[in-house]
Design a protein around this ligand. Structure first.
Ligand SMILES: Cc1cc2nc3c(=O)[nH]c(=O)nc-3n(C[C@H](O)[C@H](O)[C@H](O)COP(=O)(O)OP(=O)(O)OC[C@H]3O[C@@H](n4cnc5c(N)ncnc54)[C@H](O)[C@@H]3O)c2cc1C
Length: 384
């Protein structure tokens, strides 16, 4: 293994590999990415892979709109022959209360300012988009047909292969164990396969990022939390868009070849890195989803799995440098939506490292870790 690098990236999920690619694209040499398991074995491989632009804050809108633009042509840009299966079949968000209706109407005003043609559907219009939706208590829905989902495996593989072609070294089964510090700088990354002396480190370790930061004496205000997904056998097409209910807390989509995938958060989930799965989840998610989409009840369950959300206090990412260490860039805290913003986040992280102007200039002072001390949280009204 190389014992010197300009940049060591910790974590081989979508954020780590995309950042490796973005840095290499900018001509940075001697990049080494270290991953303790295999590539995309963390949250990236376990996610719902939904991509939505229907957000309620300007920052999340900028991150997701920029990322969707990039995803639309990413396979060609990365010369990835298999495609990344970006399917823009929309997000449908049902409304069940007046408060929610008012919030969604406000969101739509903002979303339209950003050029998104998001629709508010009346109850009698909802079945034209999701024919199996129950009308019980339904007060309408928002729908945007350019949201969708894509393959986390192909997307991450596409970034990784392009990064390798540009000279990035990827060390799998290589665990970061600690750092050698010189005052406020990391000078060496200690791994299970040896030491790597370096100028810059990127912490893209997902649910383990706070442990990595701690090795450099940095406290990150993050928690990790198990989130589970259940998948059914393939059945005939019942619905096309992702259905995401903030009232019930679930999201569900039917994949192109027929299986239905669904997930829901558990307010009583203990914090930590446990990735077992539970019957409680299966029962909860199945009950909630079938109360809104009764026809899904006929599909048989095939299996379930879990992964980690890495959650920040305002559920928005933390990017840039912490005040204690001046060469460990953070790309952490994505909560349940890191996959959909990966293109913009990795671009911005690479721009910060190379000293370029940022594609979203305000990210420098709005997504930094200092916002929590300043009390300038990005309060997003629309997260599950
Ligand atoms: C159930 C579930 C559903 C989700 N659904 C969606 C969705 O629909 N849309 C969306 O946009 N997002 C979704 N997310 C969130 C999304 O998966 C994450 O935000 C995103 O994948 C984060 O990518 P990452 O690269 O930061 O982290 P990860 O993919 O977790 O990668 C971090 C990597 O760091 C490695 N690592 C950790 N410690 C070390 C160490 N000491 N040494 C070396 N390597 C280390 C890990 O092994 C891991 O591979 C979901 C997440 C879950 C769990």
């Amino acid at each position: 293994m190389k014992n010197k690098a300009s940049v060591v990236i910790i974590g081989g999920g979508v954020i780590g590999v995309a950042t490796a690619y973005e840095l290499a694209l900018r001509g940075v040499k001697d990049i080494v990415l270290v991953e303790k398991n295999t590539l995309f074995s963390g949250a990236t491989a376990r996610c719902g892979a939904g991509v939505r632009q229907q957000w309620g804050t300007e920052m999340n809108l900028r991150l997701s709109i920029g990322s969707v633009k990039r995803y639309e042509t990413l396979a060609e840009e990365l010369e990835y022959p298999h495609g990344i299966e970006f399917s823009q079949t929309g997000y449908f968000m049902p409304v069940y209360s007046e408060k929610q209706q008012q919030q969604f109407e406000k969101n739509i005003i903002l979303q339209r300012k950003f050029g998104l043609d998001v629709q508010y559907l009346q109850p009698n219009e909802c079945r034209s988009v999701v024919p199996i939706v129950s009308l019980d208590g339904l007060m309408g829905a928002t729908y945007y047909d350019k949201d969708g989902y894509l393959s986390p495996f192909h997307t991450t593989a596409a970034y990784a292969e392009a990064a390798i072609r540009k000279g990035v070294t990827i060390e799998k089964r290589t665990e970061v164990l600690g750092f050698v510090m010189d005052n406020e700088r990391i000078v060496c990354v200690k791994t299970s396969k040896g030491d790597i002396f370096c100028d810059t480190v990127v912490n893209a370790a997902g649910g383990w990022s706070q442990e990595i930061a701690k090795m450099a004496g940095v406290h990150l205000p993050l928690i990790s939390e198990r989130h589970q997904i259940l998948v059914t056998e393939p059945i005939e097409r019942l619905f096309r868009p992702m259905v995401m209910s903030f009232t019930h807390g679930f999201y569900t989509q039917q994949e192109p070849n027929g299986p239905i995938l669904m997930g829901v958060g558990d307010p009583n989930e203990p914090k930590g890195t446990n990735m077992d799965h539970s019957y409680h989840f299966l029962h909860t998610v199945a009950s909630l989803v079938t109360s809104v989409l009764p026809a899904v009840g006929k599909a048989r369950v095939v299996r379930q799995w879990s992964g980690l959300y890495n959650i920040s206090p305002d559920k928005a990412p933390i990017l840039g440098l912490p005040k204690e260490v001046n060469n460990m860039f953070l790309a952490v805290g994505f909560s349940g939506h890191g996959f959909m913003v990966a293109p913009m986040v990795s671009e911005i992280t690479a721009q910060m490292i190379t000293g370029e102007e940022l594609s979203i200039p305000e990210a420098r002072y709005k997504l930094d870790i200092g916002r929590y001390d300043r009390g300038e949280l990005i309060v997003e009204p629309s997260v599950v």
